[in-house]
Write a protein that binds this ligand. Structure first.
Ligand code: NCD
Length: 354
């Protein structure tokens, strides 16, 4: 099972990351040159949660490289409906495919899958935890429009608690000296572990509650949807869903070279009028995601080195996060990373005091 996996962008060195971004740019310039590079290779997309861009851009990426795709976008049409567990599904599919992109609502699902896979696993989103290939998409976009990733002031707005794209983006941009302006209500602020990562990296961050106060400071505004599916109370979702709405009036407060990104889908958080503003680049961003994934697939299939996914030590403890993959897949090794007075779950990053 010595495969290379992409569970978190921290699984890549900065050198690898630059290499993926560079190739993504080359593919964008000359896409035809790469047809056939993945001939006879098969990508499986196992999507247990809805998706338009991520799944289709993965599939298109593989088809444009001359490879083929298998998979499901509704687990109820697979043996999952009969009660098959993660371990068995992954063992079987990894015998059919050369690389697997998996999305699941449980946090840590892709990491757990890497334990049982005979081929590389790519995390295409694990609950409200991480979404590393969206970050590759975001970085590819920023390279195209800014030409450099260093020293940007990035505003992240909306659902910073459950927005997995936000968590992955912050983790990665900490390596590029970013300054973060976190624009959210107090209920939807970033998890503590993400704040700890910013602190450890020495990245400045500021928490504000209005878009108006943030706009003049930003090089990049990263808008997000309030993640309805992660709320336990519909009432709470209804109360918070439209707190931040980007409109022309707020855009007028932004710099001339501001770039507005959004992983999409958008609901009501950006009014359609804003689409006409040349600083709104979220539709281009979705296209860059296909080039980023073409580049990633090429790297994953050609790199013969094995980079182990980090797992700590076995403990008797149980992760206290109800959304953690270990709650349902109870046979998973109960491993944690010891962090002084806390145990950090190896799958979902939840901290438990000891
Ligand atoms: C995001 C996701 O699934 O996390 N979408 C995407 O992958 N492009 C954002 C979202 O669903 O709000």
């Amino acid at each position: 099972m010595l495969s290379r996996h992409l569970i978190d962008l921290d699984d890549l060195s900065i050198h690898d990351l630059h290499s993926i971004l560079k190739l993504a740019h080359e593919i964008k310039e000359r896409p035809g040159d790469y047809f056939g590079v993945c001939q006879n290779k098969i990508l499986a997309t196992l999507f247990y949660e809805p998706s338009t861009r991520t799944q289709m851009s993965f599939q298109t990426a593989m088809l444009r490289l001359g490879g083929q795709t298998i998979g499901f976008d509704n687990p109820m049409n697979s043996s999952v409906a009969k009660g098959e567990n993660l371990k068995d599904t992954i063992k079987i599919v990894s015998g059919y495919a050369d690389v697997i992109a998996v999305r699941n609502p449980q946090e840590g699902f892709a990491k757990a899958a890497s334990l049982y896979s005979n081929c590389p696993i790519i995390n295409a989103g694990d609950g409200g935890h991480l979404h590393p290939t969206q970050t590759l998409t975001d970085l590819t976009t920023l390279m195209e429009v800014k030409g450099d990733l260093n020293g940007l002031t990035i505003g992240l707005c909306g659902d910073l608690k459950f927005g997995r794209t936000v968590h992955s983006l912050i983790k990665t941009m900490c390596h590029f000296g970013a300054k973060f302006i976190l624009i959210s209500t107090k209920e939807l602020t970033v998890p503590q572990y993400i704040k700890d990562i910013m602190d450890a990296a020495g990245c400045a961050y500021m928490e504000v509650t209005t878009l108006e106060e943030a706009m003049p400071m930003l090089d990049v505004l990263y808008m997000t949807r309030v993640q309805q599916e992660r709320f336990s109370s519909l009432e709470e979702y209804e109360r918070l869903k439209n707190v931040y709405v980007l409109d022309k009036r707020k855009m007028a407060l932004g710099k001339k070279d501001l770039s507005v990104l959004h992983p999409l889908p958008r609901v009501d958080e950006i009014v359609p009028d804003v689409d006409e503003d040349s600083r709104a680049i979220y539709f281009d961003q979705a296209i860059y995601g296909m080039y980023a994934r073409m580049s990633l697939i090429i790297h994953m299939l050609n790199d013969k080195n094995y980079y182990p996914v980090h797992f700590g030590k076995h403990y008797q403890a149980k992760c206290c996060n109800p959304r953690c993959v270990t709650q349902k897949e109870t046979y998973l090794p109960s491993t944690f990373t010891d962090c002084g007075d806390m145990l950090i779950c190896d799958y979902c990053d939840e901290r438990t005091l000891i």
